[in-house]
Design a protein around this ligand. Sequence first.
Ligand code: PBG
Length: 326
Amino acid sequence: MTFPNRRPRRLRGTAAMRRLVAQTSLEPRHLVLPMFVADGIDEPRPIGSMPGVVQHTRESLRRAAAEAVGAGVGGLMLFGVPQEADKDATGSIGADEHGILNAALRDLTADLGDDTVLMADTCLDEFTDHGHCGVLDARGRVDNDATNARYVELAVAQAEAGAQVVSPSGMMDGQVAAIRAGLDAAGHTDVAILAYAAKFASGFYGPFREAVASSLSGDRRTYQQDPGNAREALLEVRLDIDEGADMVMIKPALGYLDVVRAAADISPVPVAAYQVSGEYAMISAAAANGWIDGPAVALEALTGIRRAGADIVLTYWAVEAAGWLG
Ligand code: PBG
């Protein structure tokens, strides 16, 4: 009879030993909370497909943001939901200083100052009446370079409203370089860019489209990436770093952990991953049915994203997870 001389179980015997040898850490500071603020509502409006997530009023956003910062989350990512009547073909309300996103950024800057990292989604899809992430040309296609000019206006307006980080999520070619040049020309050399570098055309964004009352019909496959293309994702990451991205993001997270790992292996800047609305919805729905232990599975998924190499994770569970982590 032979006995194993390597016994990995020795290091699993007690909670203290497991804690000592843990190879991946998950802390509240790693987590960024995406938040929605809507114009023209009097009370927070629940998002049916994302139990526990709401569209905030400006007032309820201020309270929830302060609570999140108190819980220790690393930052906040703000999305604006304008009134239907304010949407137009170019998404002009997004760059309007009185538009809901910019107004809310001013509120949170006044309330929180440097106590958190305030980030803004820099995209047109919430603000356009056709729901695309860019402006359309005469044939109805998303016009890359005309869109970049609009992104510069959005980014400068967001910086002026207090955003410390702008986050272009529209996957236009050259968007990071255009925004960097525009911010610098406007004197915002200190505002950082978190680039959605590799964003895939994903069915996992379904619940988000309800969250922002998206007007999209059709899909985003001419600008978001084909889910099968890992090498192309690394090209996108490299381009964004070359264009001056301060941080790069992979999105979604769950189905793309190999891409997160590959990006982490080559990136000289921090790598973020976005655990998107559909990932949240799936785990929430299974937990509500009693089929899985929600908090345990949520923390396991977040740990997996960190293990794959993400420095930062965007998650709708950021505040709850901070509590579960104690
Ligand atoms: C576009 C944007 C989307 C998400 C974040 N920014 C949706 C899309 O590309 O259709 C999805 C986030 C989520 O699903 O949680 N501005």
